[in-house]
Design a protein around this ligand. Structure first.
Ligand code: NDP
Ligand code: 2IT
Length: 447
């Protein structure tokens, strides 16, 4: 496919202007070429400078977060909120706490979030935020002190109609509770300005499970379109956090055999099937390391090094940890071992080279924008419930989630077909997500 000249020009400019933002350039470099057929069809987008505006965040807020550790020593971290696009709704996207967080990573996540949120069909714009704070090894008091200090600045930039953060890596139920508690204290308002809240104070049933369950609903739809089924497949799932655990739970319910999971240090392999209760006990209850799995339950094998997980033969590979965790070497190993489908539970876990390799080898490949959209979709349902002062049952939310994921897959597949790249679910997701954002931007004027 030839790259549209306008897309090529905007990408080249971006490479100069954001020269050091590797992840952001990677995300834009994956996205813009695939939009070529849409840009060919809509020359008015160039006249309106639409792409130049689309790739530039509307606003970025960077601030310091001073806090006190348990020894009362002052510490300082940096935090940031990227308010990327409000074309179709209030900024929406998670907060990530991880030492690797930097502006490039948050911009790539916010750019992808914009198209992902559009794909959900719900009225949410794109945003992302986070800090280089590392919650690992910190006490609950330290995490609380940090979260409260972060919110002392962030509260002035968020609100139910402005920007609605949620969790991501390192930000789970505990952190959301501390963050939202401080928001409420500062503003005196109990509103839907945060999602992923606890069920006792405005959270939605099913939000905890939504990303992982949604991933499996999309995988099921993709396999069905291509004449396969999940039941009996061996699944390898990287990570052992929120997304990985609930992807594993749903995969097991669907009859797959989950044989390997990981954390950032290494992975466990159990041919007979991973004991998910043990993983939950280690990761969710004890906040421990996956290396303790074999000694806890007396089966399975642990190997040091997270990327080794992709050498495990399987039919279904679900990267659910972090960006660029699956490179070309990993893709080659998976293809050699007969993988049938790969779906991204994490954001941009496969490098461009890995994705190319899968697609050339005829492996079914679903990109994160479509595959992991279930989390933010249920976040949007949480916003609706908060606005209505109502709460839906788990079954109601789960049914809605399944129907949203089925629709995301059919929109993705239909866009790929219509724009000349059938079965290319990466391009299909980019195109389907972009079209709605572009139309909204055109309708709302150029400056
Ligand atoms: P968690 O913090 O709950 O879990 C993250 C998991 O990934 C942990 O097992 C962690 O291991 C591992 N991990 C994190 N960083 C690295 C790294 N640099 N190298 C290797 N492994 C790493 O996060 P989530 O499960 O919420 O998020 C996982 C991915 O899913 C992210 O890409 C996130 O952006 C994406 N996502 C999350 C959604 C959500 O609703 N939570 C929605 C959509 C996408 P360790 O314990 O060793 O750090
Ligand atoms: O990457 C993501 O979609 C998330 N971390 C979830 C965002 C949200 O607002 O629920």
């Amino acid at each position: 496919m030839n790259m549209n000249a306008y897309a090529a020009k905007v990408l080249k400019d971006l490479e100069t202007r954001c020269a050091h933002e590797n992840e952001f350039l990677q995300a834009a470099g994956e996205m813009l070429p695939s939009l070529s057929p849409v840009l060919d069809e809509h020359p008015e987008y160039e006249r309106a400078g639409l792409l130049e505006r689309f790739v530039e965040a509307e606003r970025i807020i960077i601030f310091r977060v001073p806090w006190l550790d348990d020894q009362r020593r002052p510490r300082v971290n940096r935090a940031c909120r990227v308010q990327f696009s409000s074309a179709i709704g209030p900024y929406k996207g998670g907060l990530r706490f991880h030492p690797s967080v930097n502006l490039s990573i948050l911009k790539f996540l916010a750019l992808e979030q914009t198209l992902k949120n559009s794909l959900t069909g719900l009225p949410i714009g794109g945003g992302k935020g986070g800090s280089d704070f590392d919650p690992k090894g910190k006490s609950d008091d330290e995490v609380m002190c940090f979260c409260q200090s972060l919110m002392n600045e962030l509260y002035r930039h968020i609100g139910p109609d402005i920007d609605v953060p949620a969790g991501d890596i390192g930000v789970g139920a505990r952190e959301v509770g501390y963050l939202y508690g401080q928001y409420k204290r500062l503003t005196g308002r109990h509103n839907g300005s945060f999602t992923g809240k606890g069920l006792t104070y405005g959270g939605s049933n099913g939000r905890t499970q939504a990303t992982g369950y949604g991933l499996m609903y999309l995988v099921e739809a993709m396999l069905k379109e291509n004449g396969h089924k999940i039941s009996g497949m061996r699944a390898v799932i990287s990570g052992s956090g929120n997304v990985a655990i609930y992807a594993a739970e749903k995969a097991l319910q669907m009859g797959a055999n989950v044989i390997a999971m990981s954390d950032s240090d290494g992975f466990i392999h159990d041919k007979k099937g991973i004991d998910l209760d043990a993983v939950k006990e280690i990761k969710l209850t004890r906040r421990g390391r996956i290396s303790s799995y074999p000694s806890l339950i007396g089966t399975g094998r642990y190997r040091e090094g997270a990327s080794g997980i992709w050498e495990t033969p399987c039919e279904l590979a679900l990267p659910c940890a972090t960006q660029n965790e699956m490179d070309r070497t990993s893709a080659e190993a998976l293809v050699k071992n007969g993988v049938i489908a790969v779906a991204e539970g994490a954001n941009m876990p496969a490098t461009i080279e890995a994705t190319d390799h899968f697609q050339k080898a005829g492996v079914l490949f679903a990109s994160g924008k479509a595959a992991n959209a279930g989390g933010v979709a249920v976040s949007a349902l949480e916003m609706s419930q908060n606005a209505m002062r109502l709460g839906w049952s788990f079954d109601e939310v789960d049914r809605e989630l399944r129907s949203i994921m089925n629709r995301i897959f059919s929109d993705t597949s239909a866009a790929a077909e219509k724009y000349g790249c059938p079965k290319n679910y990466v391009a299909g997701a980019n195109i389907a997500g972009f079209l709605k954002v572009a139309e909204a931007m055109m309708a709302q004027g150029q400056v």
